[in-house]
Design a binder for this molecule. Structure first.
Ligand SMILES: Cc1ncc(COP(=O)(O)O)c(C=O)c1O
Length: 376
C-alpha cells in the first residue's frame, strides 16, 4: 500500500531532489533571523516574564470559541499603531495567513494577478480560490497593466487583486511597490503585499516597504513574525471591514486553534524591539555592503539586500557548492526547483545582524576559492 510513496521518493532521489531534515551546523548564513532576535536575551526575558504573569502557552480553541485571548487583541492593536493600519489579524503562520487571504477574499468572477515569483503560500491560496488567476512576469509593470486593462474592459464591477512580495524570498530583489500601487488605484484593484522578508528590515523602524500605503482601503499587507521579528505567526493588516469578513469566512481562521498567546506576547515585544532596532539594521546593512564587495570582485550580481542568491543553474552544482561550504563551516543551503524555476538552482545566502565582520570575510574568501575551482 505504501510502495507508491517509496517509488515517488526514489524518483525524487534519482533527480537529486530528495529533501531531508538536517541539524543546525556551521555559521548561520541561511536562516531568516535577519535582526538576530530569535535567540536574543530581550525576547527570552520577555517570554519568561509573560509566563510569570500567567500568559498561557496554548489558546485552547479557535479564536471564535474560547481561544480568543487578551494577548491576541493587544498584539493586534499594537500592530495597527506600529504599522499605521486600520486593523490587524494575527495568524499562527504566514503560510496559513497567505493561503487564507487568497482563498477567502477573491471570489467567483474576480481575478487575481500575481507576480510569477510569489511564494508557495500564495500559490496555496490560488489553488483554492474560485476566482480566475493569472500571472505577470516578475516585476513587469507593463505586463501587469496590460492584464489589468484587458480585465477591466469586460469586467467593470468584478474585483481584481494583485499579489506581490515586497522583497522576494529567493531572489532578494524589491518590487516596484509605488508603481504597482498606482496601477492598483488606477484599475480599482486590491493590492496584497507579502512583506515576509521586509518586515523588521526595510522602511522606517522596520515597518516594511508598504508603510506609506497602510491604511488605504485597497491595501492588504502580511507581516510574518517568524523571520526578522524572531518569533512566529503572521499579522495581516487590512481595512476593518475585511478583517470582519475574514473572521466570518476564512476557514483557516475559523477552524483552527488560535495561535499561542505566549507567542503573541513575544511578538508584542518583538515589535517594540524592532521599532528601536536601528543599530541592528545598520549592522545588517554594513554586512550586506561587505558581502556585496566580495561578490562584485568575483563578478557576481548583487541584490543589495540581506538575501543574496548565487544562481548556479543545475541542481547538482548548487548541492555540491552547498556541501563544499558546509565542509568549511558555513551553513548555506542549495535551493532547487520547484522552489525556484527550472535551471536556476542556487545558493541562497542570507545575512543577519549577528554575523561578524570576520564571518563575512571568511565566507567571501571561501566562495571566491570554490567558484574559481568550479570554473577551472
Ligand atoms: C514570502 C513568504 N511569504 C510567506 C511565508 C510563510 O511564512 P511562515 O514561515 O510564517 O509560515 C514565507 C516563508 O518562508 C515567505 O518566504
Amino acid at each position: 500500500m505504501l510502495s507508491r510513496y517509496e517509488q515517488a521518493l526514489e524518483a525524487l532521489n534519482r533527480r537529486g531532489r530528495l529533501r531531508k531534515l538536517e541539524g543546525r551546523a556551521g555559521v548561520d548564513f541561511t536562516s531568516n533571523d535577519y535582526l538576530g532576535l530569535a535567540e536574543s536575551p530581550e525576547l527570552t526575558h520577555a517570554l519568561q516574564e509573560a509566563l510569570v504573569r500567567g500568559v498561557p502557552v496554548g489558546a485552547g480553541g479557535s479564536r471564535l470559541l474560547r481561544g480568543n485571548h487578551p494577548e491576541h487583541e493587544a498584539l493586534e492593536a499594537e500592530a495597527c499603531a506600529f504599522f499605521g493600519a486600520e486593523s490587524a489579524l494575527y495568524f499562527g503562520a504566514g503560510f496559513a495567513a497567505n493561503a487564507a487571504l487568497i482563498s477567502t477574499l477573491p471570489q467567483r468572477g474576480d481575478l487575481v494577478l500575481y507576480d510569477e515569483l510569489v511564494h508557495a503560500s500564495t500559490h496555496e491560496g490560488l489553488g483554492l480560490t474560485k476566482a480566475q488567476t493569472d500571472f505577470f512576469a516578475h516585476n513587469d509593470i507593463m505586463q501587469l497593466e496590460d492584464k489589468l486593462r484587458a480585465f477591466r474592459v469586460g469586467n467593470k464591477d468584478a474585483r481584481c487583486f494583485i499579489a506581490i512580495e515586497s522583497l522576494y524570498s529567493m531572489d532578494g530583489d524589491l518590487a516596484p511597490i509605488a508603481e504597482i500601487a498606482k496601477l492598483a488605484a488606477r484599475y480599482d484593484a486590491i493590492l496584497f503585499i507579502d512583506e515576509a522578508h521586509a518586515t523588521g528590515v526595510q522602511g522606517l523602524q522596520g515597518r516594511g516597504l508598504s508603510a506609506d500605503l497602510e491604511g488605504q482601503a485597497n491595501i492588504i499587507s502580511l507581516h510574518t513574525c517568524g523571520k526578522a521579528l524572531g518569533v512566529s505567526g503572521a499579522l495581516v493588516l487590512m481595512p476593518e471591514l475585511l478583517r470582519r469578513f475574514m473572521i466570518n469566512r476564512s476557514r483557516a481562521f475559523i477552524y483552527a486553534t488560535a495561535p499561542s498567546p505566549l507567542m503573541a506576547a513575544g511578538v508584542r515585544t518583538a515589535l517594540k524591539i524592532c521599532a528601536k532596532a536601528d543599530d541592528r539594521r545598520a549592522r545588517l546593512q554594513e554586512r550586506i555592503g561587505q558581502l556585496n564587495g566580495h561578490l562584485q570582485k568575483m563578478g557576481l550580481p548583487v541584490t543589495g539586500t540581506q538575501i543574496q542568491p548565487i544562481v548556479l543553474g543545475a541542481d547538482r552544482h548548487a548541492l555540491d557548492m552547498a556541501q563544499a561550504l558546509a565542509r568549511e563551516g558555513f551553513d548555506i543551503r542549495a535551493i532547487r526547483p520547484p522552489t525556484v524555476p527550472e535551471g536556476t538552482a542556487r545558493l541562497r545566502i542570507t545575512l543577519s545582524a549577528n554575523l561578524t565582520h570576520d564571518n563575512i570575510d571568511a565566507l567571501g574568501a571561501a566562495l571566491s576559492r570554490l567558484m574559481q575551482e568550479r570554473a577551472a
